[in-house]
Design a protein around this ligand. Structure first.
Ligand code: GDP
Length: 436
């Protein structure tokens, strides 16, 4: 899910990172790439248009940031707008003041409602609730048994009409279930309703009747994220026919383009509450717009890093260091300042862990040791200002003095000085190549 979209968005944004300043033409070109990426991912056209217009407007009018270069600023804007169309804040489940809380599930047949009922029940149980499932899908053969099976797997009670009573009346079942839940002190009731293959008037009316009978605290519209553009039309039909207070996306593990996820909130105005990403009962979680956005941007937690950098960096200092760096003039004093700024952002292993691709570097990251940095800091602090300014003057006797003063061996001082020279040379070369 989202792989192609991620790749394209990342590519669109990466062309920017090589630029120092962004012109309006750069922004237009990037916006065009983003637009194509979203359309290919099956995001509804109206949503794409609004999204692109917002990005352009904000990127062009962006204030000069204290800590971010223009490319980082665009990444930040795209991320914020993505979070916005995914719903902004995480929306939690509404629980009734007087139990039981009633949650009704609605959606097309095969959307994953029954499976979701089990997932939700297990999730609620883990949160300390005593949920009960209610089988109101009396249309599809085996739907009741299927719900009973997932209920058993989740270890919760399922309320179902007695077998042999004909087709039965789902509204009646729903009513009796609520009474039973009160009696047996179940504090959350999850009502599974009959799905439809397409949007079907009669079944829609049945769902509305169940809704009126049980007065749910939440009606959750369950939608298969793999159905692409259809998700939007289906959502609109359910909104008109039954109405819903929240959306659950299922099959996010599938190999789909993800447009549904990005459109449904914006089109219906209702938030996404949960995401389902597998057939197992545990493959389910609260939907967090911010985490989903950074997953779509494929940038690990680099966005968190951007935020922290904004808070920790002194812009003037950073600019000065960058200038010196590219001209090979970096001093140990600048190095110390930058190290202190970076360390304000937290333990270094955590910071590196936020970088994309860091997942594969876990072992190396475990070895990044803050104590080592403490030592480097102590050595630099043991130097005189003249030595920090021009490390070339640090001869043998100075090295011995620094080592004694900062409680390390001469070899450790040598290491630092030699590595600093190497790093300075390498960074100047890199700066030349990437045009920092
Ligand atoms: P209902 O008709 O809406 O009740 O849908 P079901 O719960 O019966 O689900 C339809 C099919 O989708 C079943 O084969 C489920 O195992 C499968 N399914 C449900 N949720 C997910 C999911 O998140 N990921 C995957 N891969 N399959 C799912």
């Amino acid at each position: 899910m989202f792989d192609t979209l991620s790749d394209r968005l990342t590519a669109a944004l990466q062309t920017l990172t090589r630029k120092g300043r962004l012109s309006d033409a750069d922004i237009d070109a990037t916006a065009r790439e983003i637009r194509i990426a979203l359309l290919e991912a099956d995001v509804a056209l109206g949503v794409v248009k609004t999204f692109i217009a917002r990005i352009k407007e904000r990127a062009k009018g962006a204030e000069v940031s204290q800590a971010l270069n223009p490319a980082q600023q665009v990444v930040k804007i795209v991320n914020e707008e993505l979070v916005g169309i995914l719903g902004g804040e995480t929306r939690r489940l509404n629980l009734a003041k007087t139990p039981p809380t009633v949650i009704m599930l609605a959606g097309l047949q095969g959307a994953g409602k029954t499976t979701l009922a089990g997932k939700l029940a297990l999730w609620l149980k883990k949160q300390g609730h005593a949920p009960m499932l209610v089988a109101c899908d009396l249309q599809r053969p085996n739907a009741v048994t299927q719900l009973q099976v997932v209920g058993e797997r989740a270890g919760v009670v399922t309320f179902a009409p007695e077998p042999g009573n004909g087709v039965g009346d789902p509204v009646d079942v729903a009513r009796r279930a609520i009474a039973e839940a009160k009696h047996a002190q179940h504090d959350v009731v999850v009502v599974d309703t009959a799905g439809r293959l397409g949007v079907d008037e009669e079944l829609m009316k049945q769902a509305a009747d169940i809704r009126d009978a049980v007065e749910p605290d939440e009606v959750l519209f369950v939608v298969d994220a793999m159905i692409g553009q259809d998700a939007v039309t289906t959502a609109q039909a359910f909104q008109d026919g039954v109405g819903f207070s929240g959306v659950v996306l299922t099959k996010l593990d599938g190999d789909a383009r993800g447009g549904a996820a990005l459109s449904v909130r914006e089109v219906t105005g209702q938030p996404i509450l949960f995401a389902s990403n597998g057939e197992k009962l545990e493959d389910f979680d609260t939907f967090h717009p911010d985490r989903m956005a950074s997953r779509i941007l494929g940038m690990g937690d680099v966005l968190t890093l951007i935020e922290q950098a904004e808070q920790a960096f002194d812009q003037k200092q950073a600019e000065k260091a960058a200038e010196k760096l590219s001209s090979g003039q970096l001093t140990l004093e600048d190095f110390l300042e930058q190290m202190l700024a970076v360390r304000k952002m937290g333990p270094i292993g955590n910071l590196l862990g936020m970088l994309p691709g860091a997942g594969q570097m876990k072992d190396q990251l475990a070895q990044v040791d803050d104590k080592h940095l403490d030592k480097l800091q102590a050595i630099i602090r043991g130097m005189t200002p003249a030595e920090r300014d021009d490390p070339k003057i640090i001869n043998g006797s100075r090295r011995l003095r620094i080592a004694n003063g900062s409680g390390v061996t001469v070899r450790e001082v040598n290491d630092l000085v030699n590595r600093f020279f190497e790093a300075r040379k390498m960074m100047a070369q890199m700066a030349g190549r990437f045009g920092f």
